[in-house]
Design a protein around this ligand. Structure first.
Ligand code: NCD
Ligand code: ZN
Ligand code: ZN
Ligand code: ZN
Length: 362
């Protein structure tokens, strides 16, 4: 058995309020415990986006009653909601800005909107653990690095998918720009081929899209050499009915599959890094970057357990995984949160509403 610090995920979509057909605070946090996570940061792209203090308060109230692992929130940026920030900044992990096409209706493209958002958030030294979390691709990644440098804003690049994006992030780090980034497992284990209609089709459609084998190799290298700071699942469940429709939404779930996928690569010597680095990527770095409490959760893993991922027995309400048929190693057997056994052998033991809303003073 391995005993590790529990994992923390800076990027999940728990879908409440507004899309509880896909997931809710209870099912999403149960999926988190099953995957070895005890702390999550939820994203603001709900049907009524979390871009006002009232929407944030409603979300916190709903979460408080249901969560079985700790949850914090990222606030949604618009070019003109800066007046909300002084009222919400103590209660959020960061400001989420969508600068490219994805699921949801808070997407802002073009320099005027990007500039307004950058200028209304706080300088890097004012809140060193509250970055602007950025959804951007391609040249827009270079553009936000430029804005971060010019206006001294801390940024975190979400779900990095391309070799060229990693190259500019590396260069930014060498220049001392306040930047961190994350990679998601779907971009590490699947390529654009898997999104073909005769393969996973819509079940492999997410934003950013799956890339080439060369991009995948570059991301693994970035995880190994430290230029990618952490793993994030970008857990983004959608129902089967939606995925089977003529206009399938972007996004795939990930909380229950990430550790097993990653650990198998480590155990079989293909990852290019060891278990200590995997723990850094899943547990240590997210807490350090976002200022989350440390030492509050532990996970026990049967590292000898090998299995195949399937759609059976998942806690996520969407009931499917894009990794079906792929092999995993290392099963989460027990999870503790602040000394309480909250998950054991496939069963959630924590009562609904027993976990903590993460607050972010300072
Ligand atoms: C996310 C979603 O469904 O909310 N989808 C996705 O493909 N990643 C949105 C996002 O993270 O951009
Ligand atoms: Zn610090
Ligand atoms: Zn995104
Ligand atoms: Zn996302």
């Amino acid at each position: 058995m391995l005993r590790l610090p529990s994992f923390a995920d800076p990027h999940v979509h728990l879908r409440e309020p507004g899309s509880t057909d896909k997931e809710d605070f209870y099912t999403g946090t149960c999926a988190a415990l099953a995957g070895g996570y005890t702390a999550l940061l939820d994203m603001p792209n709900n049907p009524v986006p979390t871009t006002t203090e009232a929407a944030l308060e409603e979300k916190i109230g709903l979460a408080r009653a249901k969560i079985v692992c700790d949850v914090g929130f990222n606030f949604g940026a618009t070019p003109d909601n800066g007046s909300e920030y002084p009222r919400i900044v103590q209660r959020v992990a960061g400001l989420k800005a969508y600068f490219g096409h994805t699921h949801g209706n808070i997407i802002f493209e073009g320099l005027p909107a990007m500039l307004a958002i950058f200028l209304s958030w706080y300088p890097a030294e004012r809140y060193p653990h509250k970055p602007i979390m950025i959804h951007a691709e391609g040249a827009t990644v270079a553009a936000v690095i430029g804005l971060a440098a010019l206006y001294n804003r801390r940024i975190h690049i979400c779900h990095l998918s391309k070799k060229s994006e990693l190259a500019v992030i590396r260069a930014a780090k060498e220049k001392g720009i306040a930047i961190t980034c994350e990679a998601a497992p779907h971009h590490l284990f699947l390529t654009e081929q898997e999104a073909a209609p005769d393969k996973l089709g819509a079940y492999a459609k997410m934003s950013p899209a799956l890339q080439t084998e060369e991009d995948v190799r570059a991301l693994w290298q970035g995880l190994a050499d430290g230029s990618i700071d952490m793993l994030a699942t970008d857990h983004a469940p959608h129902t089967r009915a939606e995925k089977d429709s003529s206009k399938p939404p972007f996004g795939v779930p990930g909380l229950e599959t990430t550790f097993g996928l990653m650990y198998r690569e480590v155990a079989e010597g293909r990852a290019g890094f060891d278990l200590a680095r995997l723990v850094e990527l899943l547990a240590i770095a997210p807490r350090r970057v976002f200022g989350l409490p440390e030492g509050e959760g532990e996970v026990e893993i049967d590292e000898t357990d090998k299995y195949e991922f399937s759609n059976e027995g998942l806690y996520t309400k969407c009931g499917w995984t894009p990794f079906v048929g792929m092999k995993g190693q290392g099963r989460v057997r027990r999870v503790w949160l602040r000394g309480q056994l909250v998950f054991e052998d496939g069963k959630v033991l924590a009562a609904s509403g027993s976990a903590k809303i993460l607050s972010f003073e300072g």
